[in-house]
Design a protein around this ligand. Structure first.
Ligand SMILES: Nc1ncnc2c1ncn2[C@@H]1O[C@H](COP(=O)(O)OP(=O)(O)OP(=O)(O)O)[C@@H](O)[C@H]1O
Length: 591
């Protein structure tokens, strides 16, 4: 384990603490707004209220499904499906400049330069930690009969495309058509969604063109202006897209919006899309989820998710285009943390990078079927054979960076790797909290990917403060934002888990099941609010996994360190607070 000087630790503390109180005030503000908005159901936004009313009838009418083949808890979760997409305008959630309040410092570390140790106190402390009653380790939860009803989507009366999507559109098209949309569509999506402007296409598009130009390059950029002029001429395509998108209050076609986000006027075929990344013959399957089949295509990973079809997929109702739109928005929002553009205030490389998005229609390509079969022979797939998809089936292809192997199957070498993985995840969550009030809400060991790529240090920025984390050779990536909550600056995206009681009925004593229940307690079952404590609960879960479920080279002192950390995490309200813990600061170097 590497140690850091006391001076540096103090330096990091003072830098972060200075911004911490601001964040706390912001959270308080958020909580106040949240309470004001949702103390009683009468005050809920109409959309949410509707979803809950409808939900109660859904619960009554839910049909039980026979237990599926899957036995892992991870897979069981996704039989729940998305029950609502509630989106609220949140101008009140913006950063507030208030007087700073200093937080108490975390416990002293044993790092170099720290005051001399009191070993009697330390012994007593560890005895206390050791004596914490260990919950009896339970076997992996079995797949019980999860119930599933009709999904209930809340489509806003004023649907609009998030600025995140606009940004994606604007930043991709001029440079790379293959993973970005048509600029014509990006102009349309930049169009205010009021019906007048949509209906008055010609006038509106002229105005939008100027704003797009200004936004991307500034007024004086002639190359972009030329491109805009060229695009202006492409009025047929634009008019077609306007008709197709129907961005008025009465009609909103989520499939068209999804197509637009993916830069398409119509769905592609798998071979069109995948051949952009590799020779089709080289495609190999790398993993599977309840909905997603995941393939390696060249240097990228393509997660293929069917949607909007009537047939069951792996025994489950297919996702809807709305759900995928939300997932897309979450992915694109988190992409912003990679430090491109002007987003240097909060930077982090840990959330999986979404490189492209495409909508496909039709049956699986023969080479995908071949790859699926090969994987099945080796791994005994739990999914239905993909040849069962019809020619009319729609899919979204998420093109992502290859993040490595998940924590569940990854073989950790030593305690240093375990410490670095926890530190990377904690700092990543802290960055995303600071940027977007992000809560992952489902950070089990299947959703952390690991790889050894020789990278020694990773750079992060939190609220403008740069820091580096020692990797000890291991780089972590976080995937699967299905249950996540995010504030994009305009919208709050979250999944209303109160509609899914089964999530909280997992086996007693199982750490993952307990974590969902603890989240419910922390949020008081009101999932739209900001409760960064949920990130801390998942950190505690991960510490527990590293204590009980993973075997690697570690001393009894390392084990006590982990137990002690798990206990200390009880006192932190967010990942941002947690990164001040000595366990993490040992691997953090601030610039
Ligand atoms: N970017 C990636 N790089 C490497 N492997 C990946 C990547 N994304 C997914 N995988 C692999 O595919 C598996 C399934 O992916 P994922 O969990 O995203 O699918 P899913 O359909 O959302 O699953 P579920 O809904 O059941 O959780 C992962 O456990 C992982 O092994």
């Amino acid at each position: 384990m590497t140690s850091r000087s006391g001076d540096k630790r103090v330096d990091l503390w003072s830098q972060i603490a200075a911004t911490e109180s601001e964040n706390e005030l912001q959270q308080q503000q958020t909580a106040i707004v949240y309470l004001r908005k949702n103390p009683q159901k009468e005050s809920l936004p109409t959309t949410l209220l509707l979803s809950r009313k409808q939900a109660s009838s859904i619960h009554k009418n839910r049909a039980s499904l026979a237990p599926g083949k899957r036995i892992s808890w991870n897979r069981s979760l996704f039989t729940r499906g998305r029950t609502s997409i509630a989106v609220a305008v949140c101008t009140e959630y913006g950063p507030k400049k208030e007087k700073q309040i200093r937080k108490p410092k975390p416990p002293l570390s044993r790092a170099k330069g720290a005051p001399p140790q009191n070993f009697d106190k330390e012994r007593a402390y560890f005895q206390e930690v050791d004596s914490i009653e260990l919950i009896e380790e339970s076997p992996s939860p079995q797949c019980k009969t999860w119930v599933m009803g009709n999904k209930n989507y809340v489509v806003q009366s004023h649907p609009h495309i998030s600025p995140v999507l606009k940004k994606w559109l604007l930043s991709h098209k001029p440079y790379n058509y293959s993973c970005g949309p048509s600029i014509s569509l990006s102009k349309i999506l930049d169009t205010p969604s009021d019906s007048n402007s949509v209906h008055d296409g010609a006038l509106n598009l002229q105005t939008t063109s100027e704003s797009v130009s200004n936004k991307i390059m500034g007024n004086d950029d002639t190359s972009f202006t030329k491109r805009s002029d060229k695009i202006e001429k492409d009025s047929e395509e634009i008019e077609y897209a306007v008709r197709k998108l129907s961005l008025n209050e009465q009609q909103w076609d989520p499939l068209s919006a999804l197509l637009a986000v993916c830069g398409q006027l119509s769905p592609s075929t798998f071979s069109d899309v995948l051949s952009q990344y590799c020779d089709l013959e080289s495609i190999a399957k790398v993993g599977e989820g309840t909905y997603g089949e995941v393939f390696i295509a060249g240097g990228t990973v393509c997660k293929v998710v069917p949607f909007d079809g009537d047939s069951l997929v792996n025994g489950e109702v297919q996702k809807k285009a709305e759900e995928l739109l939300e997932e897309v928005m979450l992915s694109l929002t988190l992409n912003q943390l990679r430090g491109h553009d002007n987003h240097i205030h909060n930077v982090c490389p840990t959330f999986i990078h979404t490189l492209g998005l495409r909508v496909c229609v039709g049956a699986y390509d023969d080479e995908m079927i071949r790859a699926w079969g090969e994987w099945d022979k080796k791994n005994n797939s739990e999914n239905d054979h993909p040849s069962e998809f019809s020619e009319k089936q729609h899919f979204v292809v998420f093109v992502q960076e290859h993040g490595g192997q998940d924590l569940e199957s990854f073989v950790l070498l030593n305690f240093n790797e375990a410490q670095s993985l926890l530190t990377q995840v904690c700092v990543a969550l802290a960055v995303a909290e600071a940027a977007f009030e992000f809560e992952h809400r489902d950070l089990h060991w299947g959703n952390i990917l690991l790889n050894r790529n020789g990278c020694k240090k990773l750079e992060f920025v939190i609220d403008g403060k740069k820091m580096q984390v020692s990797t000890h050779g291991l780089v972590a990536s976080i995937i699967d934002f299905t249950l996540s909550r995010i504030n994009t600056g305009e919208d709050i995206l979250f999944l209303d888990l109160s509609l899914d009681p089964g999530l909280f009925e997992g086996p007693k004593g199982d750490e993952q099941s307990e974590t969902y229940r603890k989240m419910k307690e922390a949020t008081e079952d009101c999932w739209e609010g900001s409760f960064p404590k949920t990130n801390v609960l998942w950190l505690q879960y991960l510490v527990d996994v590293l204590l009980r479920k993973k075997v690697y080279d570690r001393t009894s002192r390392d084990t006590r360190e982990l137990r002690s950390l798990k206990k200390r995490l009880n006192s932190y309200g967010s990942a941002k607070e947690s990164i001040l813990d000595p366990f993490f600061t040992e691997l953090i170097v601030s610039d």
